[in-house]
Write a protein that binds this ligand. Structure first.
Ligand SMILES: [Zn+2]
Length: 264
């Protein structure tokens, strides 16, 4: 599941493959950019903002810097292939963008919100985001302030709201609440230590930066990487109680009814 750390890793993968390179070809398989050709454009850098990917480009003649934006949502991914290597990550009909250089081909599968815009206008797509957990400007106090702005919201939904803080997806949401002993339905204003919660969010994502296996338990062994996420009806690793799963807002939530008692 693409969360902030996955998107950060993807940006780094693309940066290593593309930064500084001249594109020898491009292929956009989305209607809004079907006629776009970025041949001879140069890749200036690749960055992530929360769960948004930003590939920054320079026109062959210089001039205005441009940004190719994409969002991975639940199912998108970028892969990098060597010249001549078969593109095997996903079925070809899921390909949305192909960027080719002399030494690498970046293939974007099932990307969402693919858009090309002047870099000066990036804010239209990412300006609403709260502090980026893995950004250079991570600001925990601002994240707490934004969370506290909507006190009646459930903490589970508030953590997923990228306007509060950018980078937490469903896996980290569930794991964070377990680790802090907070029931997912707890109102934001009833969470005892919001600062501690956002600091732990940052620490969990930062710990998983640079690797593709997401673990909140410290173990990278299959089946041992989470406390509650994906573990419905399995025993809690702390108390043995069966983990529960329930729809909460638009997403499912996993929690331990004993370690995370319902708010009173
Ligand atoms: Zn438990």
């Amino acid at each position: 599941m693409p969360e902030g750390d996955t998107v950060w890793n993807t940006a780094r993968l693309l940066a290593r493959a593309l930064t500084g390179a001249r594109l020898t070809g491009s292929d956009f398989r989305v209607p809004q950019l079907a006629a776009t050709d970025l041949t001879d454009w140069r890749v200036a850098d690749c960055a992530s903002r929360g769960k948004h990917l930003l590939i920054r480009l320079a026109e062959p003649t210089g001039g205005t810097p441009w940004t190719l934006h994409s969002h991975l949502r639940m199912d998108g991914t970028w892969r990098v292939y060597a010249p001549g290597q078969r593109w095997t990550a996903r079925p070809a009909h899921l390909i949305r963008v192909v960027l080719t250089t002399a030494t690498a081909t970046a293939v974007g599968y099932h990307l969402h919100e693919v858009a090309l815009m002047p870099t000066a206008e990036e804010h239209r797509l990412v300006g609403h985001l709260g502090p980026d957990l893995l950004g250079p400007d991570w600001d925990p106090a601002e994240a707490v302030r934004r969370l506290a702005d909507r006190p009646a919201e459930s903490i589970a939904e508030a953590l997923l709201d990228q306007r509060n803080l950018a980078g937490v997806g469903n896996l980290y949401k569930c794991e964070l609440l377990f680790l802090r002993g907070i029931n997912p339905r707890t109102r934001v204003d009833a969470v005892p230590d919001l600062a501690g919660l956002v600091t732990l969010a940052h620490d969990l994502l930062a710990a998983n930066r640079g690797r593709w296996t997401q673990s909140t338990t410290g173990s990278l062994h299959r089946g041992q990487t989470s406390y509650v996420y994906g573990r419905r009806a399995q025993p809690c690793r702390r108390c043995g109680t069966a983990i529960r799963k329930e729809e909460l807002g638009e997403r499912v939530t996993y929690w331990c009814p004993r370690c995370q008692p319902a708010p009173t």
